[in-house]
Design a protein around this ligand. Structure first.
Ligand SMILES: N[C@@H](CCC(=O)N[C@@H](CS)C(=O)NCC(=O)O)C(=O)O
Length: 447
């Protein structure tokens, strides 16, 4: 059987409705190879819906997956034609993607030419360049820098919130484990026991690693929860006035924030109840971000434009202060861990993998870092992703004229973001996730 990307484009045989009380009925679809002839769409429909004839992007993802929610929200709001597929036991995943990457990691984006890209940031940077319109970032340089800062925050600043609220509560954990089992289901998606077992194995692996790897412990949990309560409160207020984080138009920052806020906090049982009770408008934002229409039903008067940097509304400023304080501390510790890692072996060649644990390449740890979250010390692995994303902020700032630079500095000072002004990695972190070695690697030495 060919392992072409067409293997999974057509699902047939949704049998097993009778099994509705059990898992078998849900997963009765069979994956079959579809040929161009089989995939043909009647002419009457192709005339009305031309995009049906385009080759779609394939988003290898999981509905339950944290990072998949970022790329999915991006694809939806960008208006790109895509289909989503869980890895399961499909040939292309097993025989092509997984061996090429050398580790399991989703999401992955299949391109029409047979190539693929892994990593949410690499995928979004690629698509923004390939499809400049409609842009998912403001043109005003100050707002654009802010967008990439929030992109970094949304991608890595809420990891502890996401994992704590999923795995520390039995109801949430049971729900997620079942969903994960289905996404990974192999070899038989109808085997309920195997699905539950696969999800449970994943859960046990995560729970065993979280205290040391990311610092979720009895001591840090109260701080994570205090931070989460403030996050919900501030975002709920902002979204009463604006449908998106930067105003009347969605951006890559919204997409990144969907990662934790939608995939875990709005879907998992325990945090979803907290969100619906304490931050219902934030919950509505997760729905708005999941559909293609950009105008929000409750906020039709907001023009479809980004907020301008000379007119930042108070709730947004207040939220940015929270980001700068709490993510700022994590960011500063990551930057220090990176410089320490560089200093350990200053002559590493360009292209060297940024890690101190070559066995763990999905999450490349550079060493341990420590920072304070709500006054409590968090000790955890530092990841190069955060430095890579900061470079996109610096790129925008470097291209600014003097008056924009002055404005950016002023805004950052107002919201307590000095650390984002001052931090400049001494060697670039290069994202290389569209070809081997599918890793973050070192860029050249300066000068
Ligand atoms: N930096 C990656 C992280 C992707 C990632 O960690 N994905 C999770 C699923 S949400 C995964 O594949 N985990 C596999 C594992 O932990 O073994 C990205 O932005 O895409």
């Amino acid at each position: 059987m060919s392992s072409s990307r067409r293997d999974f484009l057509k699902l047939t045989g949704t049998t097993g409705i009778a099994g509705i009380a059990g898992i078998a009925g849900v997963a009765g679809a069979t994956v079959v190879a579809s040929t161009p002839a089989e995939a043909a769409v009647p002419k009457s429909l192709t005339d009305r819906f031309p995009s049906w004839t385009d080759e779609p992007y394939v988003h290898w993802a999981g509905n339950v997956s944290l990072y998949s929610a970022k790329t999915r929200a991006y694809l939806v709001k960008k208006g790109l034609h895509f289909v989503e597929q869980t890895p399961g036991s499909t040939d292309r995943w097993k025989k092509v993607i997984n061996p090429a990457m050398g580790y399991f990691g989703i999401p992955v984006l299949d391109l029409p030419d047979g190539k693929f890209i892994s990593d949410t940031t690499a995928i979004i940077r690629y698509l923004e360049e390939k499809h400049p319109e409609p842009a998912m970032q403001p043109t005003d340089p100050v707002m654009k820098a802010l967008t990439w800062l929030l992109f970094n925050f949304g991608t890595e600043g809420l990891f502890l919130n996401a994992q704590h609220y999923r795995w520390s509560f039995e109801d949430s954990a049971n729900f997620a484990a079942l969903d994960i089992g289905r996404a990974l289901a192999t070899p038989n998606p109808n085997d309920a026991a195997a699905i539950v077992k696969s999800g449970r194995n994943f859960q046990n692996m995560k729970l065993a690693r979280f205290p040391d790897e990311v610092g979720i412990t009895e001591k840090t949990i109260p701080a994570i929860e205090a931070f989460n309560a403030l996050l919900f409160e501030k975002l709920d207020l902002h979204f009463r006035y604006y449908p998106y984080i930067l105003g009347g138009r969605p951006s890559v920052a919204d997409a990144a924030m969907m990662e934790a806020i939608h995939a875990h906090l709005a879907r998992d049982i325990h945090p979803a109840v907290i969100m619906k009770k304490t931050a219902p408008v934030l919950f509505r934002w997760t729905e708005t971000m999941s559909r293609t229409a950009n105008r929000d039903a409750e906020l039709p008067h907001v023009p479809p434009e980004y907020i301008t940097s000379d007119n930042l509304p108070y709730p947004l400023v207040d939220f940015l202060r929270l980001v700068c304080k709490d993510f700022g501390a994590q960011f500063a510790a990551t930057a220090k861990a990176y410089e320490d890692w560089l200093a350990m072996e200053p002559d590493r060649p360009e292209g060297a993998t940024i890690t101190n644990d070559p066995g763990a390449l999905n999450r490349q740890a550079m060493g341990k870092m420590e920072y304070l979250l709500k006054g409590v010390k968090v000790r955890r692995d530092a990841w190069p992703d955060v430095i890579n994303m900061h470079q996109y902020v610096l790129e925008v700032v470097e291209a600014m004229n003097d008056s924009d630079k002055a404005r950016w500095t002023e805004v950052m000072k107002i919201v307590g973001g000095e650390v984002f002004l001052e931090t400049r990695p001494s060697r670039p972190v290069v994202i290389k996730k569209d070809q081997k070695p599918y890793q973050f690697v070192l860029g050249p030495k300066a000068g």
